[in-house]
Write a new protein. Structure first.
Length: 137
């Protein structure tokens, strides 16, 4: 069977355009690196529905997955309490191959808001990463 060059070019263009718009299978997300987080970069949620905390998604709907859960949280030395600040505990971030520990720290308080740190939760045989966020009281 002889292939026409224009057919090959059309197929290559279609594959390239699918790659450019980010068409990926659900399993491809398992290799994605979870974002580095801290309270300074966390989103603010105006929702007051406390029945399901930590389920907000970012504006593009990305989800980060790991094939297994993170190890137990590490003990962290907090140091002296700082006025007007709160302690945000460390967390594990998925590097694409393994969970990597990021230390906690002291961050400025936001009056009227509570910070919910990043978390991993089991879903469908894998672990899904939920980004940290601020919620209004």
């Amino acid at each position: 069977m002889k292939l026409n060059a224009s057919v090959l070019i059309a197929v290559a263009a279609m594959v390239g355009s699918l790659n450019a718009i980010g068409c990926k299978s659900n399993d491809a997300g398992a290799e994605a690196v979870a974002p580095e987080e801290n309270p300074d970069t966390a989103q603010v949620s105006e929702s007051t529905n406390a029945a399901n905390p930590g389920t907000e998604q970012d504006e593009r709907g990305f989800h980060y997955w790991a094939p297994h859960g993170p190890p137990a949280a590490r003990f962290e030395e907090r140091g002296a309490v700082r006025a007007g600040h709160f302690w945000s505990p460390g967390y594990y971030r998925w590097s694409g191959r393994e969970h990597v520990w990021y230390n906690g720290g002291w961050y400025p308080e936001r009056p009227g808001y509570t910070y919910y740190g990043p978390a991993w939760r089991p879903e469908g045989g894998r672990y899904r990463y939920y980004r940290g966020y601020w919620r209004r009281h």
